[in-house]
Structures are given as C-alpha cells and as structure tokens.
Design a protein around this ligand. Sequence first.
Ligand code: FES
Ligand code: FES
Length: 206
Amino acid sequence: MNISFILNNIKVNTDVPGDKPLLRVLREDFDVKSVKEGCGRGECGTCTILLDGVPVTSCMVAAGQVRGRNVTTLEGLESGGYVADLQQVFKESGAIQCGFCTPGFIMSAYALLKVNSSPDRDEIRQAISGNICRCTGYTKIIDAIELAAKYAERNLPEENLSWEDLPEEHLPEENLSGEDLSKEHLPEENLSGEHLSEEHLPGGNL
Ligand code: FES
Ligand code: FES
C-alpha cells in the first residue's frame, strides 16, 4: 500500500503493507531510532509518538491509519522550550538510567505540557500512566516533569536551572535500587520487566 503522511514536518511516502505497525515503519523504513520496541502490544509506552499531536503507542497503529496525518517523534519536536527543559531535567534528576523508556516519557510529558503548562503531580502521573520504566522508579520522572514545567513557568535562563530548585520533599533518595520501585510508584496494570526483553534494551540512549 502506498502511504503518504507528514513525518516530523516533512511529507514522506512509503510502500508498505497497510497493517504494518507504525513502530516498524518508523524504525525500518525511516530509520527513526528514538521509537523503541518494548512489548509490541501497547503496554509499555516505549514506542510513544504524537499522532496529530496526541500521544499514542505506535506499535498499535497500523501504517494505513496514518495516511495524510501528522506523525511526530522525539526527533521532530521543536528544539528548545519544553523539550530542552525536559531533556535537561531528566538527565539532572536521575530520571534516566538505561534510557530505553525515556523517549516515550518525553513524548508523553511534552504532550501534557503543551496543553497544561502547570500540571499537578496527579495530572503528570495520569499523563505518563501508559509509560513503563523498570529502572528509575516513577518519583524521579514525575519530579523531572514537574521541574520542567516550573522552568517553563518561571522562564529561567538555562544556567540557573538546577535540580536543587525542587522542594525538599520531592528530592529522591540518594541511591535508587530495585527495592525503591515500590508499588505506589508503579503503573496500575502491568509493570513486569518481562515485557522489555533484554534484546531490546540498548546500552543507553535518549
Ligand atoms: S512497544 Fe508499543 S507499547 Fe510497548
Ligand atoms: S530508564 Fe526507564 S527503563 Fe531504563
């Protein structure tokens, strides 16, 4: 099937089976590597992209469904603004370890901040409820998104950005171990490391 769509603001065209998952189209036909395959069944959020501005899991979207639509991946987000803030605070705050889940979290966080520049922690939790991280625990990720929103709100110059800006109660413990992934931080349904098989885990890559 011949499919044309907008990928990161560029009109593209490809000839693929209409039921080929968009995740694979992006990785195999367009070499978009920020989009990761974790579970391949809509449960882990590592493949999150924006479809017409709305975060979706690209493993669950068929190529034929994106004809004429706007597909945005991490590579296509505007530079600066929320994206720069998100990338910086994720790095500063320890919200990245192996990095496999990070592009998906950034996409979900970006989509949230575009429509809600001052989300509370419950709203952040809700926005990332489809994203699974098996390394960091969710507190650091929620802290990072909250901090990115604060930066944007205060419009702080880059050199003043600091993890120390977070209020004391949000600062994570020094050494996050596997035990720190307490149930209250896990997404409701299904954090089972099994979904992220080792062959899919790269060394570290935002
Ligand atoms: S790979 Fe798409 S949700 Fe897990
Ligand atoms: S940093 Fe989230 S899965 Fe490794």
